[in-house]
Design a protein around this ligand. Structure first.
Ligand SMILES: Nc1ncnc2c1ncn2[C@@H]1O[C@H](COP(=O)(O)OP(=O)(O)OP(=O)(O)O)[C@@H](O)[C@H]1O
Ligand SMILES: [Mg+2]
Length: 374
């Protein structure tokens, strides 16, 4: 693996650090593109320069949102050009301060991005001269999606509260982590061997067990375990649950959080919620991106909280829709007061085999199928 794919986590140009954000997730249609645009507009309205990159190589469509039918310059043009200054491929949009590097659909060579093109893109992302760079990643968990997601300073997994979307998100997080570990230990035969054993376990329908893997890594040579542990600790994606219609849907979100923490040993950095808002669809249909913020304000207010929390370094990630407000809403108060809906843990000895979990309802995590995930 070349150096270029792992360099990105370094500092940005002009002393600006940690300003590349990727919005990804396994499933299509969950709102990655719309949220990327909404967040971009909100940041731009706060006076930040923003560049959105359409990194949906196979299904680029972000330019439509900004009213471009056939963008004069695209990411494809950049990748095949001799030119190395990516800034020359940015398009002005109708939103002051917001530029776009448009994707290009219908090109086989972009859908199946060649290695040198992916390297060129990842190597040059941090040369984009903007306060924030937002990457809209396409659906799926192929290497292209995972590598772009892992290359960003901050990863946001977008998901809706349906079981299949949650499973896709879980798998996306797991595969992004496995891909990270594979790359970090690519010269370390023993660790690769262990990761290989996990493949074998998957073949026999045993879920990947990161706790067991970590114990095995601890037996290996000095330093390996530390490096392994630091990768697991540093890998902390945020999760954005989009299109919530009802606060009770947050229980599914919590199931994802528990599953990721307990089965992958990964801590989700923050959980965010964006409500369903018909005005979003209208704005997209009318190709009026600013219309995302002229709605009744339900989702727009959630976007503002998301930006407060994740995209404003001086605010850090502890404010707004972080764990505090997440726990203090009506739904969680009801759980606390009535203990109606106990969410079970995979460490329970009756895990998966209990008649009384969730007050007699099926175990949430088992119901969502995490236990069958390899
Ligand atoms: N909070 C929301 N409320 C209502 N509609 C929404 C919301 N978020 C997204 N949508 C709608 O959902 C649809 C899918 O959104 P979008 O295209 O952003 O998904 P995506 O994850 O980027 O899909 P793909 O994987 O195909 O690129 C769009 O019609 C969009 O307007
Ligand atoms: Mg999209």
């Amino acid at each position: 693996m070349s150096e270029t794919l792992r360099d990105l986590s370094g500092n940005g140009q002009n002393g600006r650090e940690s300003r590349i954000f990727a919005l990804g997730g396994g499933k299509g249609g969950v709102g990655k593109t719309v949220l990327t645009v909404a967040v971009g507009i909100e940041l731009a309205s706060r006076g930040r320069s923003v560049c959105i990159v359409d990194a949906d190589f196979a299904g680029a469509n972000l330019h439509h949102v900004f009213g471009f039918f056939s963008p004069p310059l695209t990411l494809y043009d950049y990748l095949v050009a001799e030119e190395s200054d990516i800034n020359r491929f940015r398009l002005e949009t109708t939103v002051p301060g917001l530029t776009l590097i448009a994707g290009c659909s219908g090109r086989l060579s972009l859908s199946n991005l060649a290695y040198q093109h992916k390297s060129k893109l990842l190597r040059n992302l941090q040369r984009i001269d903007a306060d924030a760079v937002l990457l809209d990643i396409g659906a799926g968990s192929a290497f292209n999606q995972l590598d772009v997601f892992n290359a960003a300073h901050h990863g946001l997994v977008v998901v809706t509260p349906e079981p299949h979307a949650i499973l896709d998100a879980y798998n996306f997080i797991k595969l992004a982590l496995v891909r990270k570990l594979h790359r970090a230990f690519r010269h370390h035969a023993e660790v690769l061997d262990l990761l290989g054993m996990e493949k074998l376990a998957a073949f026999y329908h045993t879920p990947i067990n990161f706790t067991r893997l970590t114990e095995q890594v601890a037996q290996l040579s000095n330093g390996t375990h530390d490096q392994w542990q630091s990768i697991l600790t540093a890998f902390r994606p945020a999760v954005v649950f989009n299109m919530l219609e009802d606060l009770s849907e947050q229980v599914e979100c919590h199931a994802l959080q528990i599953a990721v923490q307990e089965m992958l040993n990964v801590r989700i950095k923050t959980m965010h919620f964006v409500r369903y808002d018909n005005g979003f669809r209208r704005a997209i249909r009318r190709m009026n991106p600013e219309g995302l913020f002229s709605t009744s304000g339900l989702a727009a207010a959630d976007i503002r909280r998301l930006v407060d929390s994740v995209f404003t370094p001086q605010n850090g990630v502890h404010h707004a829709m972080g764990a505090k407000s997440y726990k203090s809403n009506r739904y969680w108060e009801e759980i606390r007061d009535n203990r109606k809906t106990v969410i079970c843990s995979s460490t329970c000895s009756l895990w998966g085999n209990c008649r009384h979990q969730n007050g007699g309802r099926p175990c949430r995590i088992k119901m969502l199928g995490f236990l069958n995930q390899h």
